[in-house]
Design a protein around this ligand. Structure first.
Ligand code: GLC
Length: 438
């Protein structure tokens, strides 16, 4: 009984202490003018490419390979064999630019704890631990700058190798001594690395955090001290957007809302049930099935599917961050390069209906989605069956034309919207776009 009371008192104290608070105590975040401008530019960009590349690429089983009961010490030996002879940052940036993307998000350090940049905070990095010895992030930053691509940096809050990382529910069999966990030490390490990332690689478009879900909010809440970390980022680079893949509504200090593997409002993968905020949105998706290179995973989505996903995202006010997992030799898989070309070709012709648009006035429908730019509403008809589509739209359509050839599209006013009468489409039409002048 006494024991029970003491225990309850400890729990009550713990709950009241800041270390257990669900959210960091922080003064109200007011984004700077640079940051607000960067948010708009981000929304205008529409399409980015995600790159998952690290030591895990060598095992060719995806980026979670270390979590499969493997010893971190054994895994680390692979660094001595990492020599991506075909890595060519310029070639990556060119291919990504040709795909019609406007930014790149690169995994600087994934859950496996290996830094893919030259860091002074740990020798376990691509410059010091591999025979390759090159700072691939520096090369990528330069290549992106040359191609006019913004650089975003993925950074994992999880680390399956460092003993000071306060382990959560993943990476528990890598052989760390749980007694050595030391949050202040780990937090300091992360902030020192983030400082390097925001100091040594030019302007950074976004820091894209991942892994907060390692600690179960309800069962073992953990204070990640995000507030001061976000403040530090904004202090170092005010325009840098803070994003966090925590699968919740954005926290104070975050500048965009990101979704994983689902269009905002859909939740087929179970990670996207959270409400949609007022911030600009992004959703990330794999081109095949895995983020990191996986040799057995050749199930690439076809160009039509990928373009539909991009259109679906744009119609929901979200950017698409489409992932590729480069091979251990540093080259991007051939099929991914082919998809890049196909998407780039489509965007060259139709980019005006995607870039610098916002979600259209008509919410996504079974037949497709709409985007809006100025007084133009772009109606993206993705389903080639219907001869007529209905737009629940109060605004007046002054004129409607086919985006591809400018031919006139018949519009009929109904009590609460408009009907567009469409010509017959080939079954292989990717997206029949109608430009409506409002
Ligand atoms: C998940 C995975 C991770 C991947 C990320 C991309 O959070 O843990 O491997 O990098 O999604 O969205």
């Amino acid at each position: 009984m006494i024991k029970q009371t003491i225990y309850s008192a400890i729990l009550a104290l713990a709950a009241a202490s800041p270390a257990f608070a669900a959210e960091p105590a922080q003064s109200h975040y007011v984004p700077t003018a640079e940051n607000l401008a960067a948010r708009e530019q981000f929304a205008d960009h529409g399409f980015g490419v995600f790159i998952h590349w690290g030591l895990y690429s060598m095992f060719a089983q995806g980026e979670w390979y270390l979590n499969k009961g493997i010893s971190a010490d054994e895994y680390a030996k692979s660094a001595a064999a990492f020599y991506p002879a075909n890595f060519d940052a310029r070639a990556w940036a060119k291919a990504i630019k040709e795909a019609g993307a406007n930014y790149v998000c690169f995994t600087t350090r994934h859950h496996d704890g290996f830094s893919m940049f030259g860091t002074k905070q740990s020798p376990y990095n691509i410059v010091d631990a591999t025979p390759f010895g090159r700072d691939v992030l520096k090369e990528l930053a330069d290549a992106c700058a040359a191609e006019g691509l913004k650089l975003h940096l993925y950074y994992s809050h999880i680390d399956w190798t460092r003993p000071d990382y306060p382990s959560g529910r993943t990476g528990l069999s890598t052989g760390r001594d749980p007694k050595l966990r030391d949050w202040p030490s780990y937090y300091k390490f992360m902030n020192a690395q983030l400082t390097e990332l925001l100091t040594n690689y030019g302007p950074i478009g976004a820091i894209w955090f991942d892994g907060l879900w390692d600690h179960d909010e309800d069962k073992t809440p953990f204070d990640w001290q995000l507030g001061p970390q976000y403040e530090m980022i904004h202090r170092l680079q005010p325009q840098c957007l803070v994003a966090n893949n925590h699968h919740q509504v954005p926290f104070e200090g975050e500048d965009i809302q990101i979704f994983e593997r689902d269009l905002p409002g859909q939740n087929e993968h179970g990670l996207s049930g959270q409400d949609i905020s007022q911030l600009h949105l992004e959703t990330c998706q794999t081109m095949n099935g895995m983020w990191g290179y996986k040799i057995a995973d050749q199930e690439y989505k076809d160009a039509k599917t990928l373009i539909h996903y991009l259109v679906g995202a744009a119609g929901r006010g979200a950017n698409l961050l489409l992932n590729v997992g480069p091979q251990p030799d540093g080259s991007i898989p051939a099929t991914a390069l082919e998809r890049f070309k196909e998407m780039g070709q489509w965007l060259k012709e139709n980019g005006r209906t995607i870039y610098a648009t916002r979600a259209g006035d008509v919410a996504p429908q079974a037949w497709g989605a709409t985007t809006r730019s100025g007084d133009k509403l772009y109606v993206h008809v993705l389903d080639n069956e219907p001869a007529e589509i209905y737009l629940p739209l109060t605004a007046k359509i002054k004129k409607a034309t086919a985006f591809a050839d400018g031919s006139k599209i018949k519009t009929t006013k109904t009590p609460d919207g408009w009907v567009l009468t469409l010509p017959a489409r080939n079954t292989d039409t990717i997206d029949y776009i109608v430009e409506c002048q409002l």
